[in-house]
Design a protein around this ligand. Structure first.
Ligand code: RP5
Length: 179
């Protein structure tokens, strides 16, 4: 059920707008972000939540950004997850272009380590909320889990599965591990 978004954008956007979308979209600023993004997609797959993913660069493919993000609400996508490093504009720009929840995370491996991603996401101006999920694989997984929590608000079956997952996680942490 995964739809991979790619070029050419206009024709595909029309097709995508007509297609039934999954409830989650995951976009990244570059193909070089894929290793950071994959743990997010792995969690969504584990929960069998349909999603689409692809590269939408705020810098190199700004026309794609302008077309893709505003169309999400119309297409029925409920949560947008965004990952970018570099000057890390994708997360905040995306949040400004839609009213569906937009979650941000990013890699530490950009020019100023984690600070460009952190600074870009946590210093959003008043009026444009952008929950920041963290960095690297931890941020990626938590972004997926937060998306699941949002979806679970209106999906009792997913809520039950999420609670079961939390219980397994809790039970996997022994009180003592070093006896
Ligand atoms: C950002 O700059 C991307 O999100 C990526 O994290 C970083 C480097 O991109 P590439 O130069 O590897 O394409 O735009």
């Amino acid at each position: 059920m995964t739809y991979k978004y790619g070029q050419p954008l206009s024709a595909e956007l029309v097709a995508a707008a007509e297609a039934s979308a999954g409830p989650v979209s995951v976009i990244m600023g570059s193909h070089s972000d894929w290793n950071t993004v994959k743990p997010c997609c792995d969690v969504l797959e584990e929960f069998q939540v349909p999603f689409e993913y692809g590269v939408v660069s705020a810098h190199r493919t700004h026309e794609r950004l302008f077309q893709y993000v505003p169309a999400l609400e119309l297409r029925g996508v409920k949560v947008l997850i965004t990952c970018a490093g570099g000057s890390s504009h994708l997360q905040g720009m995306s949040a400004s272009m839609t009213i569906i929840p937009v979650l941000g995370f990013g890699p530490t491996s950009s020019t100023f380590g984690p600070m460009d991603v952190i600074g870009s996401c946590v210093r959003m101006p008043s009026g444009v909320p952008l929950p920041f999920m963290g960095l690297d694989d931890k941020g990626a997984k938590n972004a997926a889990l937060e998306a699941l929590r949002i979806l679970a608000l209106a999906d009792p079956e997913l809520r039950a599965r999420y609670k079961a997952w939390v219980e397994i996680q809790t039970n996997s942490v022994p009180f003592r591990a070093h006896d």
